[in-house]
Ligand binder design. Structure first.
Ligand code: ZN
Length: 260
């Protein structure tokens, strides 16, 4: 079954999620870092920093004190910053998020960061992705609901999957294997395998998740629900109350025993 998953994660995700039963803990883990804690991401060196999960740049000040985090080494933590900035840019400027108080707070920050000289290349890439609409002013102000842009989903999903890994640690106080597998969908990809597949995902994965308790961070800049069953877990993570992602975490692919 798991060999299939590498190429056809979808079917395995369905099968796994049919088996999911809740053993959800009710608490939002505000775990504390101890000296002997290992980095949740590389699991190779001791943790020296907090990596917020999701990245804390999605919040505006005052930052919610209960925002979840995991112990991380400095190297891993720093390596995420470009993806995190990209994520904030694309999710924060998503039309569905407009009006959320945290988004109002971060939009000036986003444009400030785009204007920084050292961000010039990143900014150019963003501008290239934009499809100009009448409400995007020449001075570059975000001005309206006609703004649309391409999104590098693999990059977005990397942040979402890292968030799911972190939340697993927050909830279970256990490390997921470094090489566990993720299968993620967004509003944009839910329908890419057709209406039947979308309906299967809705009834087998999303509906059971919606029956789980919701954990809300801050002013609902982020919320999540989850189910864990053995080595499989499913996570519904919603940004700004409007942009959902579902991630299914599967165990590492089993190695096929070699012949004699
Ligand atoms: Zn690390």
């Amino acid at each position: 079954m798991y060999a299939l998953a590498a190429e056809h994660g979808l079917q395995v995700a369905y099968d796994s999620c049919r088996l999911l039963k809740s053993d959800a803990k009710k608490t939002m883990g505000n775990n504390r870092m101890t000296a002997d804690q290992i980095c949740v991401h590389c699991q190779a060196v001791p943790a020296t920093t907090k990596d917020h999960t999701p990245p804390e740049n999605i919040y505006t000040k005052p930052l919610p004190p209960e925002r979840p985090w995991v112990p991380s080494c400095d190297r891993c933590n720093k390596s995420f910053s470009k993806d995190d900035e990209y994520f904030r840019l694309k999710v924060g400027l998503n039309d569905k998020a407009r009006g959320h108080p945290d988004v109002k707070g971060i939009i000036p920050v986003i444009f400030k960061s785009l204007n920084r000289i050292q961000a010039a290349r990143f900014g150019m890439a963003f501008l290239r992705d934009l499809q100009y609409g009448p409400e995007f002013t020449q001075s570059g102000l975000y001005a309206g609901n006609r703004l649309a842009f391409d999104v590098d989903l693999s990059r977005i999903f990397r942040v979402v999957e890292r968030t799911a890994r972190g939340l697993y640690f927050v909830e279970k106080s256990e490390l997921l294997p470094v090489n566990c597998r993720f299968w993620t969908i967004s509003d944009d990809t839910l329908h890419q395998n057709g209406a039947d597949a979308a309906e299967e995902i809705r009834s087998n994965i999303i509906a059971p998740l919606l029956a789980q308790p919701e954990h809300v961070v801050g002013r609902n800049a982020f919320s999540y629900r989850y189910e864990i069953n053995g080595e499989v877990s499913a996570w519904l993570m919603t940004f700004y109350g409007a942009i959902p992602f579902v991630t299914v975490i599967l165990p590492p692919e089993k190695m096929t025993p070699q012949g004699p």
